[in-house]
Design a protein around this ligand. Sequence first.
Ligand code: B12
Ligand code: SF4
Length: 527
Amino acid sequence: MANRVLYVRLPCNPIFPIGVVYLADHLYKVFPDIEQRIFDLGTIPPLDFGAALDRCIDNFKPNLLVFSWRDIQIYAPVGGRGGNPLQNAFEFNYANNPLIKTRGALGGLRMVSTYLNELWRNTGLIKRGFKRAKRHHPDAKLVVGGGAVSVFYEQVASMMPKGTIVSVGEGELLLEKLVRQESISNERCYIVGETEPRERLIHEWPTPVEKSACNYNYIEKIWPEFEYYLQENDFYIGVQTKRGCPHNCCYCVYTVVEGKQVRINPADEVVKEMRQLYDRGIRNFWFTDAQFIPARRFMDDAVELLQKIVDSGMEDIHWAAYIRADNLTPELCELMVKTGMNYFEIGITSGSQELVRKMRMGYNLRTVLQNCRDLKAAGFNDLVSVNYSFNVIDERDETIRQTLAYHRALEAIFGRDKVEPAIFFIGLQPHTHLETYAIENNILKKDYNPLAIHLPWVANKLLWNPEPLGSFFGEVCLQAFRQNPNDFGREVMDILEERLGLAPLEEALTAPIKSKAPPKQPELIAR
Ligand code: B12
Ligand code: SF4
């Protein structure tokens, strides 16, 4: 039996390592007698990573080494760890001034080197840890998982030592089997150098696990650095209230990582978990669900949870989440405000109903607008971030004008300063409809490597911004970076409006049904 389990969360911006916390909590509930330890490299200064890992392994002597890798893609449009990747890419691709072009190229190189360094550093830490653990237990096992590994599970094989178990999605049952030393052949995983990932492994459904409140009395015993996250007041500590998302949005991989089947964690257990954190001084929570209210049929569950939070008397808390704002009622809005929601993100992607439909998102923009009015009427007066990705599929001047009209309507509801337009350019991810579309349309080769963003011809395509509108957006973004880098999103919207004008709102809200409509998805029919 593997009875000494060490969880190493690989270096990461300080986001609460909820994944390893849940895994350790689960194993404790199944095997109360095994020894476990959490070691979070997110709390260690970079120069000390290797030595601190060695010390931890020498002290604890694990025979099951669990590495959790959260994120790999640092080239998101917001200021990433290597600088602002969107600005670099656009300066390099679209700037007319050669000096700015060069600055973009240099910035891009800096970003690429940060990215490659992180890949090498993390794989180096995994190899180093494995070697060290084997000094104490020659038959120690190594398993890697987490968000980054789930998305890029096919690519990480070449970077891992032989024998590494590479896991996709949630890891509770896999770890249970590893502790018992049972066969793992039915789990969503493969072993480097021994087995190949099954075809469409990521599309396999996770086995539902009934989630109970995480036992933080236990977690603080096995995680000496837990305190770190309790000291700062502004951390949003992760609490998961459900898993899975039933939608099919064309660019999204969550729905395959977590699966389409939504599994609700019992509301009493969620509140019990929050209570333990509350009693330790935590006031800010992030509901880490792919979507807090994934579809209308889950609205009652959200009501139940929020009502139980009200009943619990935790009055001075705040929470944030990804919210599909088409699934709200006035009652839900009131509960959201009453329970302290002070930030949410809506990923409508476009304010044009026609494009929202083409991206298979299943949103009704008119409903979203009405629900936002209800939220405002319920007293919501905080920040909402609205994600737009221009130029995804079939974008035209006309649809841009519609998005602008839609955004102005949101501003009219919440106030300009309360609606943050987050301008994303979709990072093309494996296993998404958009990837299939790109391959079918010869934009990407079938054997492209989604991690090879250091190759400019791959990077350009993975940051989805195809011509003919690509250079137009490049130019608009560069102007916005120049004019008002601190309020980039709003500046982009203003420049676009100056150049293209606004459509009537009604036009944004109505999508003419054309003969070339996308294939109907069961979920879209359901709503
Ligand atoms: C909520 C969320 C956020 C929130 C986090 C809020 C908070 N305070 O926690 C916010 C909005 C802040 C956020 C930000 C970002 N995120 Co985010 N986020 C998510 C999301 C939706 C859920 C993550 C989560 O906490 N899940 C709940 C916990 C319990 O699950 P978990 O940590 O994944 O752990 C489970 C499994 O992964 C597994 N597991 C974990 N480790 C291990 C190890 C082993 C060995 C095994 C077997 C299993 C295993 O078991 C765990 C329990 O079931 C995921 C997408 C998704 N649906 O998974 C993206 C995701 C993790 N994010 C991602 C990224 C990239 C980011 C950003 C870097 C984006 C950016 N460039 O700005 C930022 C910055 C993050 C940072 N480090 O600074 C990527 C990471 C992969 C990648 N592409 O590189 C993901 C997967 C989304 C995606 N489309 O690819 N994010
Ligand atoms: S609703 Fe959100 S989580 Fe679900 S598939 Fe669409 S983008 Fe992904």
